[in-house]
Design a protein. Structure first.
Length: 503
């Protein structure tokens, strides 16, 4: 009798997932193909579909099925496919039904008005015009956290949406450790007097050649183009639709090589995670990615630990030189390798290198906690932002457009999201270290253009596990270590030490 209920629950969830897949396809279309005159009806279409999905997810019968199953023998083994399905669907159901309908509607409306106000404020470099919206966003986020239930810390409740089971205290401890070692490393690099010639990356790289080159590299590392696509957009993303249909996007700049290339390998890393999920669990937790942090660990690993390594370019640089003879004909492989690993404190997060990037995230993580807990007022935010940039990165924004107004996240109500970017870098380094000791030296694989070993390892240890454990638990099971800043710092020091001749 439990198994009948379980079947009904799964069928209901998988049918809902078909609707969600339709929503994903509409999102992809909106960002790549949609003519501007279609935007108004597309907004109506997606809002209606979102309502249908929400109603199905919060339907009372789902609550009844889950109540029956949660203490049944089917849920007894929490790491089994059945146990994880019941537990995760219950978690989602409880979260969604805890939010009052009025708050859901206020949050949805605020997302639209917030983003519009932010875009205009950024264009005019006018933080004051955005401040009242941000106050409202912080207030609604606090209400959301309270509705979810926050025992000690409101930020915990928001973080849990993106990184299930992570707590603010744990994340803060790891990020504090990272900051304490990263700030001096970045200062040491700045003081080294060494500087790569990055102008070689700003020569002319024809768009069609870039596209073909990116496509070949993505296929070489293991992105399956029979089950995916690569298209052009303004703000690149990876969109999983159904098994067999995962779409990545990029944008090309003919005068700057790294943008599209590393962007494509990043999105391909996300895509390969989706392509490695178990198809038979489509729409169910064992067939879904476990968290944003682990998702980002996959993209960062392929983008940085693989594609920014010396071994990778030992393999690919001769092809790059053939593809772009005018730009790279007189460039040496090591000169190119140094240039793509330039570390330079800057104001803009999305343009940051792999070392300083984490300091941009730590700043946002610290500030959004203070806002939420009421220790910092919105009015004081720009000054607090600029002070932290000066303190951690040694640079100070001259305008709010280059400072506190640069990211879309807060305007879209995404508070608690930023730390997942750095969690991704931390998990990437930790998983890579373990993979290297299990099946490496991986550098030897990469210098021969072989990536199947690493992908197979990730499939087995991460992709095929779906949501069968919490993300931190999964990483600990795989590596035998709890989350720490040390693998990432070891990786950065090993790589950057020789480039910058650090002692
Ligand atoms: Zn990403």
């Amino acid at each position: 009798m439990h198994s009948k209920t379980y079947e009904r629950l799964c069928q209901h969830a998988q049918e809902t997932a078909l609707l969600s897949a339709t929503q994903s396809l509409l999102f992809w279309d909106e960002r790549t193909m949609l003519p501007s005159a279609g935007a108004e009806y597309r907004a109506k279409q997606t809002a209606h579909l979102a309502g249908l999905i929400h109603n199905r997810q919060t339907a009372p019968e789902v609550g009844q099925w889950l109540a029956e199953l949660i203490d049944s023998p089917l849920a007894a083994d929490r790491h089994s496919d059945q146990g994880a399905t019941i537990r995760q669907l219950k978690r989602l159901y409880d979260k969604q039904t805890r939010l009052p309908q009025t708050l859901v509607e206020q949050l949805a409306a605020m997302e639209v008005t917030g983003q519009r106000a932010w875009a205009e404020a950024r264009r005019n470099n006018d933080f004051a015009a955005f401040a009242t919206h941000l106050e409202r966003i912080v207030d609604l986020s606090r209400q959301k956290a309270n509705a979810y239930g926050c025992d000690e810390c409101c930020y915990d409740a928001l973080l849990d949406d993106y990184e299930p089971g992570a707590t603010t205290a744990q994340v803060a401890e790891v990020l504090d450790g990272l900051r304490a070692e990263l700030v001096p490393l970045v200062a040491e690099i700045a003081a080294s007097g060494r500087k790569p010639n990055t102008s070689i990356l700003r020569r002319h790289f024809p768009m069609e050649t870039q596209e073909a080159f990116c496509r070949e590299a993505a296929a070489a590392i293991g992105f399956d183009f029979a089950a995916g696509r690569l298209d052009v957009t303004d703000h690149p993303f990876c969109c999983d639709i159904t098994p067999g249909d995962c779409r990545i996007t990029t944008r090309y700049d003919e005068e700057f090589f790294p943008g599209a290339f590393f962007g494509v390998l990043h999105e391909a890393g996300h895509g390969m995670y989706e392509q490695g999920l178990r198809e038979e669990f489509f729409g169910l937790p064992p067939g879904q990615s476990v968290s944003l942090g682990i998702h980002e660990s996959q993209s960062r690993m392929w983008e940085n630990l693989v594609a920014r390594s010396q071994a990778f370019w030992r393999w690919l640089f001769p092809s790059a030189r053939n593809a772009f003879p005018a730009a790279l004909g007189n460039v040496a492989s090591d000169e190119f390798y140094f240039a793509i690993n330039d570390v330079e404190p800057s104001l803009i997060r999305v343009e940051a290198d792999e070392a300083t990037y984490n300091l941009h995230i730590i700043i946002r993580f610290e500030l959004e906690q203070s806002l939420l807990e009421g220790d910092l007022s919105v009015a004081d935010l720009p000054a607090a932002w600029n002070d932290k940039y000066e303190q951690y990165l040694g640079v100070r924004p001259e305008t709010d457009a280059d400072g506190v107004l640069q990211d879309i996240h807060w305007s879209a109500g995404l508070i608690g999201y930023f730390p997942t970017y750095t969690l991704g870098n931390l998990y990437a380094a930790q998983l890579f270290e373990k993979a290297d000791s299990d099946i490496g030296p991986l550098a030897e694989h990469f210098s021969r253009g072989e990536f199947a070993g690493l992908l197979k390892w990730l499939r087995q240890h991460i992709h095929r596990r779906g949501m069968c454990c919490a993300p931190a638990e999964l990483a600990e099971q795989v590596t035998g270590q709890t989350l720490s800043h040390q693998p990432l710092m070891r990786y950065l020091r090993t790589k950057l030490g020789p480039l910058y001749q650090l002692v």
